[in-house]
Each structure stands twice: as C-alpha cells, then as structure tokens.
Ligand binder design. Sequence first.
Ligand SMILES: *Cc1c(COP(=O)(O)O)cnc(C)c1O
Length: 397
Amino acid sequence: MTDPLAFLGAELDELRAKGLYRRLRVVESEQAAHCRIDGREVITLSSNNYLGLTTHPKLRRAAIEAVEAFGAGSGAVRTIAGTMTLHQQLEARLAEFKHVEATLTFQSGFTANTGAIPILAPEGSVIVSDELNHASIIDGIRLSKAERRIFPHADTDALRATLRDIRSAPGGADRTVLVITDGVFSMDGDIARLPEIVEAAEEFEAAVFVDDAHASGVLGRNGRGTVDHFDLHGRVHVQVGTLSKAIGVLGGYVAGSLNLREVLIHRARPFLFSTSHPPAVAAACLAAIDVLESEPDRLERLWANTRLFKDGMRRLGFDIGGSETPITPVIAGSGALAMKLSDRLFEEGVFAQGIGFPTVPDARSRVRTIVTAEHSETDLAECLAAFELVGRELGLI
Ligand SMILES: *Cc1c(COP(=O)(O)O)cnc(C)c1O
C-alpha cells in the first residue's frame, strides 16, 4: 500500500537539498541574553525579549502569585466562563496605557489579527495592505470576504493611488476601506510611514489598522508603540499589540473603540472558540506594563545597545539593510549561506537564526539579530568579533 502522505517526505528532501532544512534548537536555560542552547553556552541575538522582561523578578512573582490565588488555567473560552478578574484588569490597564477607549486581549498577536481583520473588513469592503505585512495579517485577510489590494512596501504614493482608485470606481464612495500596516516590519526593522499613511487614509476616509507587534515596548513613550512615537493619538482606528515580545510573556490585544471591543467579543472567532489565557499569563503581563512605566532606563539601554551594535556591523562592512529599530538583518544573499552563517556563529558562541524563503525572498536571505536591553557592552563586542571572523570566512565582508 502506498503512503497517502508520502509528499511530506519529498518536501523534507527538497528542503535538505536546498540547505534550508532546520532542526529546532532547544533552549535549556531561561530565555535571557546568555542562554544554554543545544548544550552550548551562547549569547542570543534571536529572541524578541527586547527589554529583558521574560526573567524580570516582578513578572515571575506576579505569575507565581496568580497561580497560587487562581490556579493554573482559566477553564473555558471567555464568553462562557473564562473571563477572570485578571483579564479585565489587564484590558483596563492596557487601554489606559495606550490612550484608547478599550482593548480586548487574545491568546496571541497572531490570533488578534486573524480574529479582528475579518470583522473589520466584512464582505463588500476593501483591505489595502502593505506587501511586507506579517503572516498573521495575511492569514487574517485570507479569512475575510473583503476585496484585497496589496501596495508595494512603504510606498505611500501607491497607497494613495490605490485609495483614489477604490473611491472613484462605481459604488466606491460608500465602501468600508481598511488600510493595514505593520508598525515595525519584522524582517527588515523599518518603521511604517504612519503619518503619511494616516494622511492618505483621512483624505479618502479609510480606517487605519496598525500591527505594533515589534513596536510594543520598543517605540513611543515607555514603549507605547508607533502611534505614540508619531503622536498620532486619535487618528489610528485600530492598534494590535503583542504581549509575547518586549512584554516578555504571551498574548495579543486589539486597542481601539468600545464599539470595536464589543463587536469583537461577539464575533471574533479565536475569542469565541479558543480558551483564554491562564491567570499567570494575565498577571505577568500586568506586571510588565508596570515595569514599562517604572523602569524607563530599560528602553534607553535597548536603544543605546542598538546604536552600538549597528555601528559596529556597519563598520565591519556588513549589509544590514535599512533598519531603524533594534532588529538588524544581516543579509547573506542566499538561503544556504544564511543558514551557514547562522551555524558558524553558533559554533563561535552566538545564536542568531538564519531566515530564508518563504519568510523573505531567497536573494535577501539573512541572519536576523535583535539586541536587547540585557546585553552588556562586552556581550556586544563578543558578538561583533564572531560576526567579523565568520563574515570574513564566508566572504560576506
Ligand atoms: C510576532 C508578530 C505577530 C504575532 O505575535 P504573537 O504574539 O507572537 O502571536 C503579529 N504581527 C507581527 C507584525 C509580528 O511581528
């Protein structure tokens, strides 16, 4: 009898042949600047733990106390029996922090996008999306019955032309139009041109949706995100944030109007059909927001480290793209070379993951690095030395 799933093996063979096969590396320690991974002590440049909050004593304590007071799980989806006081407290705290009417949390940033986008863009409406938007936005768009228009990355002239085209078509004046952009683009580290996007959207009466996953805790005052960074409060209709990256825990949220929150409670499928966060997650996220406000020096250290590392990489002669944030891509040129760069760095004590097709075009395959507030100057000097050694070896510099 033939194996009806034989294509799986063929797919793996193809990945191996292209040098793109990845084994998952296993972190045997805390997720911190120094980790033990696959039996080796390394400095990691691969986590999204921008502010070092994954191991912050206040988050640990909050999680432990929540387990002791409320147990390990929430028991049900939010609409049935799974909304706990901690969930409510976190949402109220996030709304205040973000200067919006209301927020609603989801299990992850991914489900916040796939949950909210189909609701915000019902049948008959149009979604206008940057071509480099995150996979969870793309999946959210796929789940929507709206028409979709993709504009070239960060090209606000093209965005404007698309909006004009939509509005001038027959019946176009009355359609709901939703413009979606990442706040910080996760693979290249550039910041969305939000002021221009907002102006274009206002001119054509479109709603603006910003996914601030990599900006949450990183940009704006105390890490309030891109809307705060550009002082666009009140002009962006929907913000998605993640609690899984700089916030150090897990989760996502949609921030906007009270009406938006209430409709999502009734309609968003991951909210309705998937169980809510355990108490420890909500409690640790609450503690993280307190830390964002009480320890602004973490954000300062993050940006100082970002400048130090980028300057060093530039001086060594690496192609590090046009990033404006702590995300620094190191372009290798092919998937196989990016994986080789990553593997050799690992042998030299630095963990920086290689990223290739389909996440980025093959010719722009890269090692993506993210420095954190927790890296010391010595750590960064060691990372630069490893990049110099391996970069010369592989002919990248
Ligand atoms: C990481 C990321 C997400 C997903 O967030 P999770 O909380 O990890 O699910 C969504 N959007 C963007 C732009 C991201 O970078």
